[in-house]
Design a protein around this ligand. Sequence first.
Ligand code: MLT
Length: 415
Amino acid sequence: MAFINENYLKLQAGYLFPEISRRVKAFTDANPEVAARIIRCGIGDVTEPLPAACISAMHKAVDEMGVRETFRGYGPEQGYDFLRNAIADNDFKARGLDIEADEIFVSDGSKCDCGNLLDIFGTGNRIAVTDPVYPVYVDTNVMLGNTGNANDKGQFDGLTYLPCTAENGFVPELPSGPVDLIYLCYPNNPTGAVATREQLQNWVNFALSCNAVIVFDAAYEAYISTPGIPHSIFEIPGARECALELRSFSKNGGFTGLRCGYAVIPKTLMGRKRNGEKHPFHALWLRNHTTKFNGVAYPVQRAAEALYSPEGKQQVMQLVNFYKENAHLLQQALSSVGLDVYGYTDSSYLWVRGPKGATSWALFDRLLQHANIVTTPGSGFGAAGEGYFRLSAFNSRSNVEEACRRLIDPELFKG
Ligand code: MLT
């Protein structure tokens, strides 16, 4: 009989979002009369159709695949040049950033990149994560045996947790000692907070001082509207030597179902061998991609390329603005009943402090049962999220308006 990876057994609950779906299903099975009233503001999944520019690009690409002369089989594992060039030109060079097309690796999304990336890091790295945190960073490290067991707060031995609170603007203080791998996500999931240039510069300086690598998750970059907030870690001097960045087309182009994103691994980002010799992560990731991945489907890469066309950019802006307007409506409703609401200005998420004494899961149940609204419990993102809930603004306008009507019931948030 084959042995199992026992590290998986350290993960106490199921992955957060399937767990929420399970609880919602149990509720609607027991109360079928309210099933149609449920408004899902839990997982950050987009609701609006794909930009028209993507649809026509995909139609064209599909037609090409039906003709011998233009048919394509395996593509380059790291992505077609047309997309890597569009990304480098638009997301980086247009902002004056020094990122080359061959430092971009097109993938089927940031969640997969997050997990797969750990393949190119050795064992024994000291890992720092924020609290609250996007659970994928933690769970993938647990699965690989990079942690011990969880304590009763759900925190794993061996990880350095960096508390993000309203007091520090949800941007953590630097760790008290050296670490090797640091996960940062800005605009942040789940809190919606952004990090200033000065804050990110502090992180880059810290990483350089201890030869750490920052995994910078910028999946929500399109939602930044506050002037001066960096859109990429590579806006920060020194980042090419200590950071890699993950980007996604899910939240700007609405690709959650289509699947496409990319990782930027600068050729200047070095790790070291046990004997101290330096080695570029870029070469390892290239080897990983070419061995384990056969690339994103050609029509999907053409759709992603279309996001950078003049019409595509316009349509992305409309989509992002639509969800941001949703966030604004939800914020007004929640603030009107006296709740502290964070995030939302540069993000598709609202991070909401519940009434004193209410746990996150109690709030989740209360909102599900009394308002038929699905949220994400803050504690599902970490111990520091206890007492909070996250609301996703990815929804139709009619659902958001209806959610707002239900949320302004003061009974809902009585302590
Ligand atoms: C979320 O709700 O946190 C996101 O949808 C997760 C993801 O993008 O994987």
